[in-house]
Design a protein around this ligand. Structure first.
Ligand code: SF4
Length: 336
């Protein structure tokens, strides 16, 4: 299936440039947290003692399939895993609410926790902010397991997931008295899903702050977008600014939130950007008149999928990236 462009900004020139090349963002592909989660799950994998991650262990269908052959197969719930005769369940890198550990214990299951420490940090911060009396706003997708997990750890009715002001339970600034006006409480704190776009978070934060601070309101912004996500977005911006990129391909599973954000970043910078899962989705027409293709990849995209895209483009006359995909520093640990 060919993915739809994030925005229809097609390259215009039909003639092919004399020099065609691939450049890659300095930071792309597997993030530290996903790499760590996969290491833990691969260590635990055993076809004779299957493990069921509750939900997708990673938002990448190729990796999910590879793990399935090693006895790792996702289940929607602990009860479902038990019904399939599985005795070990795992929390994915996105984290889950505290109910999962309770459920696993109640069913006598072994629990393997691969929650990314950068997500755990947001869960603990959410609890702390609630204890300090803040109404908690989580900037993110309400359906996403990470956001649901953070809200579950916050364990309060005074919390909401929102991406736009209209998602909030208020419609007016503090102190507004008009008919139907619902204004925020005095203390509001904002945290973010770790994979969000920083520019969009800051825009939302500015609007929320304007609602909360009148009449002595207190607004607290905690930028919990993780360092690997910020670095991917910054690296892509640098690529667009310095390498005169004509087209961006953001490689990652269709459910990968951070890959979608990367395509958005490219698009916001005025470059045609497509979110693709596999090289077969690249339409030859996208490459018409393109001299430089910029590649980036989401945090759950394995290197071999990026290599497949490079090979696909090389077969169409593009020179591969100088120095390969990227240098990997196995000792890198992000700040948290
Ligand atoms: S994107 Fe960030 S928070 Fe999510 S797993 Fe990777 S490092 Fe952890």
């Amino acid at each position: 299936m060919v993915s739809a462009p994030v925005k229809d900004i097609a390259p215009t020139a039909a003639a092919q440039p004399a020099v065609r090349r691939i450049v890659v963002a300095e930071e792309l592909g597997y993030c530290w947290g996903v790499r760590r989660a996969l290491d833990i799950i691969e260590e635990a994998a055993d076809p004779r003692g299957r493990v069921a991650p509750i939900g997708d262990i990673i938002h990448n269908p190729q990796v999910v399939e590879r793990l399935r052959t090693r006895g790792v197969e996702g289940a929607p719930s602990v009860a479902e895993a038990e019904a399939r005769g599985i005795r070990r369940v795992a929390i994915t890198a996105h984290g889950m609410g505290p109910h999962l550990a309770r459920d696993a214990a109640a069913h006598g299951m072994e629990l393997i926790d691969t929650t990314c420490p950068l997500v755990t940090k947001v869960q603990r911060l959410a609890q702390k902010l609630v204890r300090q009396g803040y109404y908690l706003v989580v900037y993110g997708d309400a359906y996403h397991p990470e956001v649901r997990g953070v809200l579950a750890w916050a364990d309060t009715t005074k919390a909401v997931a929102a991406k736009k002001i209209v998602d909030l339970p208020w419609n007016a600034r503090r102190g507004a008295t008009g008919e139907g006006a619902i204004s925020p409480p005095r203390k509001v704190a904002l945290v973010s899903q770790t994979t969000k776009n920083i520019d969009e978070l800051m825009k939302f934060a500015g609007e929320l702050q304007a609602m909360v601070v009148p009449e002595g309101g207190e607004f607290r912004l905690c930028n919990t977008i993780c360092e690997p996500t910020s670095e991917r977005q910054n690296a892509l911006k640098r690529l667009v600014e310095h390498d005169r990129v004509d087209l961006i391909l953001a490689i990652g599973g269709k459910k990968s939130s951070n890959t979608a954000r990367l395509a958005e970043v490219g698009n916001q910078m005025g470059v045609a950007a497509y979110h693709i899962e596999r090289p077969e989705e690249i339409a030859d027409t996208w490459l018409d008149g393109v001299g430089t293709v910029g590649l980036t990849a989401g945090a759950s995209t394995p290197d071999d999928v990026i290599e497949q895209v490079v090979n696909h483009l090389t077969a169409r006359g593009f020179t591969p990236p100088e120095g390969g995909i990227r240098p990997v520093d196995p000792n890198y640990v992000p700040a948290y």
